[in-house]
Design a protein. Sequence first.
Length: 318
Amino acid sequence: MSGGVVAASAPGKIILFGEHAVVYGEPSLSLAIDRRMHVTGEATQGPTTVNGEALDPHHHAYIHQALQLVAGGHVRLTTASELPSAGGVGSSAALSVAAVAVLLHLKRGTAPPLEDIARTAFEAEYATQGAASPNDTTVSTAGGAVLLSPTRLAQGRFLWRIERGERVWHAHGLDVPALPLVVANCGVRGRTAEQVAKVRRTVESDAGARDVVRAIGEITREGVQALAGHDLKRLGRLMNRNHEALHALGVDIPALARLVDAARKVPGTYGAKLTGAGGGGSMIALTERPDEVRRVLEGMGATAFRAIATSRGVEVRP
Ligand code: MEV
């Protein structure tokens, strides 16, 4: 392992369309946002530590998996986050991506290719959560707007293809849109692994839920067209439909539903939906009046911010 400190940062994300359905081979469309996870690391002779504490495989599950996968020896790691944890905006994926970037750089003595980071971070997420798509780790690695699809498409810039079991996902980078979006966290922690497991049980036992998953795929495909045409009204209507579908899958909770309803009532709002795994976490609103929506949602106790899409993916340097 090379000497010296390596520092990496990776962005959080919002999912515009397709969460959960992407685990079952439907497409998803996501944006990296300008809030980041920072990780630094250096080789050590002593035990591996995270923020000065001995590594705990449960408490530091994503980092533990990243270390198992990269197998580079003992390290002293520090993390600092601008993202809420279990908040639906990709903090665990950003942590996996930034940690993997640091560990691969320390092991190889040079900046690793993005594709290696994306694959290894996906494996770390999968191992930690028991199931996942490469959506969050791909967006956090590549930055920008990312379309994941079961087949390779003519749209955008082809990034890479990731397989797991019977599934294959093709990642495409799209032009980064300037969308007026507000993100609001409802204050309830949404645990991705639990929500993914819950949806899996429903999808395996209920044909109606499988239809909902396919309907989300259709909404996402329409969303890609609406985004290409910068058709905010259509995007908003599709976000509303995507939210109702996620509600039908059982990942909406009253605290999120109240924020979604309130945002939709602000004149100038095109649409709103939960984003990420649900069960808590965050919602997003597409609106001409982001400041007002933010005020309304904060007045209801949410933590809200204007989401700015970023083309900056993972960055790693000695
Ligand atoms: C979580 O941000 C997105 C999910 O679709 C899970 C995944 O894709 O791994 C719910």
